[in-house]
Design a protein around this ligand. Structure first.
Ligand code: MG
Length: 300
């Protein structure tokens, strides 16, 4: 098979479902993850080892991972907030882990109840343990384009946090538009600042939200600037907790549709993504919210 030109990093089972009011059963999550692998997705963020009382939607993380069917060639990253989370991830044989901090001090305090400094200190042993075992590590830089609490975010802050994460030894940054406020000008500004700091495009992924309808415009801009990994959520799950009723994560089907029509290889099959989107919408007891999920692909 030819190598995909763009990596699609699926976040639906974790970032999507953790923000949904309905708690999906462990069995249904396994089925969803299996359908995503059927669709050709090769990186599927499966769950989160945060405290079960903090995020009840992810309380079954240990059980889910213990019995998850792992396909060859597919990576199943899990979110780990600290060393305790890392112990749980190691106990179930996680092959990839993600840590998460923010470019905004106010966002870090509100979301993870730590300062940025404290979060980096908490990740150091996690990243160290992962490195010793050859486990791939990704880091989310949340609120990189705007903060729901403090407003505009300086690109220098994104650079500073990114540099410190790379110094810890992580493999990939996911620069996140958590509130879905970015436009192409913001992409040029932030990616330009990362370039100026010498941060390699190969370690930079983008996590776009479609809250204000700008995700695909941002995506095209980012591709022109050389970004080759994008996060997306099948079914467009994960509506923004800061804008009730609004679109959240960029939907995988919207992304795959665009890239297919642009002639960009992803290795992901649109019809099968749509089948997975239908499945999870059924489990959430609602309609698929994405545009391509509603309209279907083209040509039929
Ligand atoms: Mg998200």
């Amino acid at each position: 098979m030819t190598r995909p030109e763009v990596r699609i990093y699926e976040v639906g089972p974790r970032d999507g479902l953790q923000a949904e009011a309905v708690v999906v059963s462990t069995e249904a999550k396994r089925r969803f993850i299996s359908l995503l692998a059927d669709a050709g997705l090769r990186e599927i963020e499966a769950t989160s080892f945060v405290r079960p009382d903090a995020i009840p939607q992810m309380a079954d993380a240990d059980e889910l991972m213990r019995d998850l069917e792992r396909r060859p060639g597919v990576r199943y990253p899990v979110l780990v907030p600290n060393s305790r989370g890392m112990e749980r991830a190691l106990a179930v044989g996680a092959d990839a882990v993600c840590v998460f901090t923010a470019a905004s001090e106010a966002y870090a305090q509100a979301n993870i109840r730590m300062s940025i400094d404290e979060s980096l200190a908490a990740f150091a042993p996690v990243v160290g343990a992962a490195r010793e075992r050859g486990i791939w590590v990704r880091a989310y830089v949340s609120a990189a384009f705007g903060c729901p609490y403090s407003g505009e975010v300086d690109a220098r802050q994104v650079v500073s946090v990114s540099e410190r994460l790379l110094e810890l030894g992580i493999d990939e940054l996911s620069i996140s538009d958590t509130v879905g406020v970015a436009t192409p000008a913001d992409l040029r500004r932030v990616l330009g600042a990362l370039d100026a700091a010498g941060i390699d495009r190969d370690v930079t992924a983008l996590h776009l939200h479609d809250t204000r309808g700008t995700a695909l415009a941002n995506l095209v801009t980012a591709m022109e600037l050389g970004v080759r990994c994008f996060d997306a959520s099948t079914g467009g799950t994960g509506g923004s907790p800061y804008a009730p009723g609004s679109a959240g994560n960029l939907a995988t089907e919207d992304l795959v549709y665009l890239l297919d029509r642009e002639g960009v290889r992803t290795g992901v099959d649109l019809d099968r993504v749509l089948a997975a989107a239908q499945f999870i919408a059924g489990e959430l007891d609602r309609e698929v919210s994405s545009r391509v999920g509603r309209a279907g692909g083209w040509p039929r």
